[in-house]
Ligand binder design. Structure first.
Ligand code: HMG
Ligand code: MG
Length: 308
C-alpha cells in the first residue's frame, strides 16, 4: 500500500484540547484560536461541543464560540453532539459537521456518555437522521479503539462492530480513536487493516492521544495502511475528562513536521501553527507540549536574537 500524497489534518485543539481545562478559557480566546487555525489553512477545525455543561463545563459556551468565529470558505467547522438537543444547538450554530461519539468499550461508554454502546447508537439514530435531512455532515468517533482505561484490551471485533453501526447511520467519516494513547504501531495497523475491510479507507481517520508517546509512530503505521485523515491538537493540548491520566492529542506541529518530512501535502502553514501553539499555551498558562513547536520557537528566537 502506497502512502498517501496528501493528508487532511483535522485540528481538534479548540474542542478536545480545551475541554479538560479546569479554569474557564474565555470565549474570546477560543474564538481567536479557531480563527487563527482556519487562517493557517486547516480544512476542518473541531470548534466546540454541544454537550451537557454539567458534564463538560469548559464547553458550555459553544454557541457563543460558533457565533463569534469568522467562517473561512472551504473550512468545515465541526461540533460534538451527544443527543438531539445537542444537534439542535449545532444546527442553530450553523455547524458544518456534527460528531457523534461512541466507544468500542462498554465500560467507557457508561463513563463518558452514561449509557451502553447499543443505547448510544439508538440515541444517535434520530441525531443522524436529522443531520441527513438538514444536509449536515456526520462524523462518528470510536473511542477506546486501541484500549480502554476501564476494561483494558479491546478486541478488533468490537471496533468493527461500532464502525459498522456508524456506517449504517450514514457517517461521512469515522475516527478510530486511541483515547488513552496506549496503542502501538502493530496494533494500529491491525485495526486499520480490519476496519478498511468494512468502511472506505479515504473516509477513515486516526485520532491519537499521546499518553505513551506512541502517537507519531501510530500515525506512520496508519499512513502505511493508506489512511489520509489525522486529528491533532495544537501545542498537544488536552486530555479526556473520562480517561484519567490520558494526555492530549498528538501535537499538530509534530504531525505537520512529520508529514512535511515525508513530502506529504497538507495545505497548512507550519510556521503559523507554531505561533498559534505559542499563543494558546501562553493564553491558558500551560506548557507547550509540541516538541517541534518548542524547537521551532527556540530557533526563531535565537535567530531574532542574533540579528540584534
Ligand atoms: P445524562 O446525565 O445521562 O442525561 O447525560 P440527561 O439527559 O439527564 O442530561 C443531564 C443534564 O444535561 C440535564 O440538565 C439536561 O438537560 C442537560 P438538568 O435537567 O440536570 O438541568 N443536557 C444538555 N445540556 C446541553 N446540551 C446538551 C444536553 N444534553 C443534556 N446536548 C449526556 C447524557 C450524553 C448528555 C452527557 O453524558 C454528556 O453530555 N456527555 C458528554 C461527554 C463529553 O463531552 N465527553 C468528552 C467528549 S468525547 C471525547 O473526548 C472522545 C473523542 O475525543 C475521541 C477519543 O479521544 O476517544 C471524541
Ligand atoms: Mg479525543
Amino acid at each position: 500500500m502506497a502512502m498517501p500524497q496528501a493528508v487532511k489534518v483535522v485540528e481538534v485543539g479548540p474542542r478536545d484540547g480545551l475541554q479538560n481545562e479546569k479554569d474557564f478559557v474565555p470565549t474570546a480566546v477560543k474564538i481567536e484560536l479557531v480563527n487563527r487555525l482556519s487562517a493557517a489553512g486547516f480544512r476542518n477545525v473541531e470548534s466546540a461541543s454541544f454537550v451537557s455543561p454539567k458534564w463538560v463545563p469548559q464547553m458550555a459556551d459553544g454557541a457563543d464560540v460558533m457565533a463569534g468565529i469568522e467562517r473561512r470558505p472551504g473550512t468545515i467547522y465541526s461540533v460534538l453532539t451527544p443527543n438531539l438537543r445537542g444537534f439542535e444547538g449545532a444546527l442553530a450554530a450553523r455547524a458544518d459537521e456534527i460528531v457523534i461519539f461512541g466507544a468500542a468499550s462498554e465500560a467507557f461508554s457508561q463513563r463518558n456518555i452514561n449509557c451502553s454502546i447499543a443505547e448510544s447508537i439508538a440515541r444517535f439514530e434520530p441525531v443522524a437522521q436529522a443531520a441527513r435531512e438538514h444536509g449536515v455532515r456526520i462524523r462518528g468517533s470510536v473511542s477506546c479503539a486501541l484500549g480502554c482505561p476501564y476494561q483494558g484490551e479491546v478486541p478488533v471485533s468490537s471496533v468493527i462492530d461500532v464502525v459498522e453501526r456508524f456506517a449504517a447511520l450514514g457517517c461521512d467519516e469515522i475516527d478510530i480513536a486511541d483515547t488513552i494513547g496506549v496503542g502501538t504501531p502493530r496494533r494500529t495497523r491491525e485495526v486499520f487493516a480490519a476496519v478498511t475491510e468494512v468502511f472506505p479507507r479515504e473516509q477513515l481517520s486516526g485520532h491519537f492521544h499521546d499518553t505513551y508517546g506512541q502517537a507519531l509512530a501510530n500515525i506512520y503505521a496508519a499512513l502505511l495502511e493508506g489512511i489520509e485523515i489525522f486529528h491533532a491538537s495544537v501545542a498537544g493540548l488536552g486530555g479526556c475528562p473520562y480517561a484519567k491520566g490520558a494526555t492530549g492529542n498528538v501535537a499538530t506541529e509534530d504531525v505537520l513536521y512529520l508529514l512535511q518530512g515525508l513530502g506529504i501535502e497538507t495545505g497548512i502553514d507550519l510556521a503559523q501553527v507554531v505561533a498559534i501553539g505559542d499563543f494558546i499555551s501562553t493564553s491558558i498558562d500551560k506548557p507547550n507540549n509540541s516538541r517541534a513547536g518548542k524547537a521551532l520557537l527556540a530557533k526563531a528566537r535565537s535567530e531574532q536574537g542574533s540579528c540584534v
